[in-house]
Design a protein around this ligand. Sequence first.
Ligand code: NAD
Length: 503
Amino acid sequence: MLDRRTKLMEYQTYIDGQWVDAASGKTLQSSDPYTGEPWALIPECDKTDVDRAVEAASRAFDSGPWPQLTPTARGKVMRRIAELIEKHAQHLGEIEVRDNGKLISEMAAQTKYMPEWFYYYAGLADKIQGAVVSVDRQDHFNYILREPVGVCAFIIPWNSPLMLATWKLAPALAAGCTVVIKPSEFTSASLLEFIKLVIEPAELPPGVVNVVTGYGPVVGEPLVTHPKVAKVAFTGGSATGARVNELAAKSFKKVSLELGGKSPNIVFDDCILEDAVSGAVSGIFAATGQTCIAGSRLLLQETIHDQFVEKLIAMARTARLGDPALAETQVGPVTTPAQYQKILSYIDIAKGEGAHCALGGGPASEAEGGGKYFVKPTIFTGVDNKMRIAQEEVFGPVLSVIKFKDEADAIRIANDIAYGLGAGVWTQSVKRAHTMAKRIKAGTVWVNTYRAVSFLMPFGGYKSSGLGRENGMEAIDGYLQSKSVWINNGPGGGNPFVMKTAS
Ligand code: NAD
């Protein structure tokens, strides 16, 4: 049971294998979203700390013991990390509940699953293979090496700090990279606990994993522009992602971006109704809607619209709001005051646009199970896909219901958006399931399920939802680069002024 009576926790950050304060000595406060009260002090780093961290990561990459480890030995270190997460899963989950307001039930599932990423990529570490290539030149021996890219900068949002850091850290370590992680200024504590309980005891060499805490522009920008950073892996909003991409482009860094979404959850009249209703609820009210893959546009076939909305409202009404530390709570607080205001302003926008508020539509009081930063599960019907409430990411428990006629209409509406992260389809027709999966422009399509993720399945966005993929085999490619090696075993010579193209 989470103890909220503890005094203000004071954290240090982790650079070059040492726990340190910010060079400036400054700290920022992290608040418990349930009480709205500060509960932790986090170092407020700046460019000086970023420089120290990147230098440490660069030394560890170039000359520390890390590059000397065989891939098999790296895999063993990563298995230790997985075991340590298993050992401390409950504590790590509780810290994230405290710092972020995530449900304890959700965190129990996440921290239980997180070790799998390290086991999986530990297994891949010694299966990184180059190739021998028979080129069209006699006496040549050619091969391709696959090498780690170097120092990687990770920028993490507040909504799932540990899980999203894991998605980057596991493939990067397997590839042999070193890293500097910048968590969100709102939710740094769980990552710092993770370093203390997992990374430090796993005995990674100093400088392999470093953390710089603090504000986005002050810490994130010097990190993204640092000349010794080879790759930036960013998860966050699309506007910040565009800024990060622009900054990184100036020094030609490799970049992966996991950005926002406005995912369509599409229900056909041949679905299993109860499953689809539950899938619609899970798509938008799980994690208080603060998830990039929220099924925030519910597309309902007009033939079942009224019946479906009635059942949906009945189920959403029963959602238990409350203390995220209690196992029975289903909808917790909004994580930050700014996000809370943003959600309420979108509710006003939707009302102003003429959408019909069929459920919720404002703050949830203590009498309703809510409190300081709670928003009632909200459903808008009569939404047109052109409205702002249908086009823009709210990142909260606010659902837009849009009617469609047939498959073609559903595809048109689903794709008529700048985003392309996820999509849900509810149907019993195999043909329709495959047709929809093929024609929806999104990185993930779930059929008769929603919000399922796995270390085995690539994850990422089409269009403004991002660049690159995390998870699965291809994620490791983002942390590797190829080197072509040409060995001439024959005579030299030939015309030195002409390119050597054929034997
Ligand atoms: P955000 O973009 O505000 O911040 C993300 C991170 O970027 C934070 O660590 C922040 O400090 C940092 N940052 C801010 N300004 C920066 C700058 N100028 N340079 C470098 N770094 C900077 O996002 P958020 O509010 O923390 O998270 C919510 C957003 O993240 C939503 O849009 C959500 O959809 C998205 N998200 C995407 C995925 C995905 O996998 N596609 C997963 C989770 C969240």
